[in-house]
Design a protein. Structure first.
Length: 289
């Protein structure tokens, strides 16, 4: 937040969490896991966690100087643009801290949530895309009838409105509602202002890295490495640092992001990685063995 009249601390008694899509895959929720960790400090805490999408409330008791960890339903993961109630609301009778994690094979997103009392009314978002990934932002309200004004660096269209750096987009949120927007663009520099305190989240949709795998000889080995880009994404696979060429007797490329070794042998043992490239730049995955 650009302006704040309260000390910024990660401890508080009320929080709002969102889980934004942070990966590219043909099966968005495959092996996806959303996790929350809540920590109590010098006093035991009673915590109420509300899934705002279905209005389901869970009660937890946390001893002093200890924590709890629990998974969050995948239905709360935000995939579609617009106003929605995919928010996890947390209320405690003592000060706590809250951390959120979203994990999937080859990628993880995590943050330490700020309490509602630390929310602000003016923000600037920062995301890093390098031209080969989507970026996204989310705005969560802390009070009813909150007017939010957006001035986006990249032009967007929503609800018959067009927003850019010169033309604002105005939306109205109720308490614990979230406005989410994601597209292939760089939203760094987006200005968010509101008449009541809000929280702002920002992320990028990264590539899905290949993961370590072990197979028996003559079995199939399928490695996946997914990403997005514009105008187009070129994918190059490497084994032990050397480019893999398409050999119909050994490898079959199933689409641009899968390496299919139809019958594995000892010669296939090694370290595999992929490279995504566009006119804007290149991005390398981590290696899988």
């Amino acid at each position: 937040s650009l302006v704040s009249d309260v000390p910024v601390s990660s401890r508080g008694r009320e929080f709002n969490l969102v889980f934004m899509r942070n990966h590219i895959t043909s099966s968005p929720t495959h092996r996806l896991k959303n996790t929350v960790i809540i920590t109590a400090y010098d006093r035991a805490a009673v915590v109420y966690v509300t899934n705002k999408q279905v209005n389901q409330v869970s009660r937890y008791s946390i001893a002093f100087n200890s924590f709890i960890e629990f998974s969050v339903t995948l239905d709360l993961t935000i995939f579609n643009n617009g106003i929605q109630n995919r928010v996890l609301h947390i209320l405690a009778d003592q000060d706590i801290s809250v951390a959120a994690y979203q994990s999937k094979s080859g990628s993880m997103d995590a943050y330490r949530a700020l309490p509602v009392r630390a929310y602000g009314q003016q923000y600037v978002t920062a995301q890093y895309s390098k031209g080969i990934s989507h970026t996204a932002f989310a705005v969560v309200s802390s009070e009813n009838n909150t007017t939010v004004t957006l001035r986006t660096k990249s032009q967007i269209s929503y609800d018959s409105q067009i927003s850019n750096s010169n033309t604002p987009l105005n939306i109205t949120l109720q308490k614990s509602e979230v406005f989410y927007f994601r597209q292939f663009a760089d939203f760094t520099g987006t200005l968010v202002s509101s008449d009541k305190p809000v929280a702002v989240f920002a992320n990028i949709t990264i590539l899905e890295n290949p993961v370590n795998a072990t197979v028996q000889e003559n079995q199939q080995l399928l490695l996946t490495c997914s990403g997005t880009g514009y105008p187009s994404v070129g994918v190059t696979w490497f084994k032990d640092g050397n480019v893999i060429t398409d050999n119909i007797y050994r490898h079959a490329f199933s689409g641009s992001s899968e390496l299919n070794i139809t019958s594995a042998s000892e010669n296939d043992r090694g370290s595999y990685m992929c490279r995504f490239s566009t006119s804007a730049g290149v991005l390398y995955s981590t290696a899988a063995e």
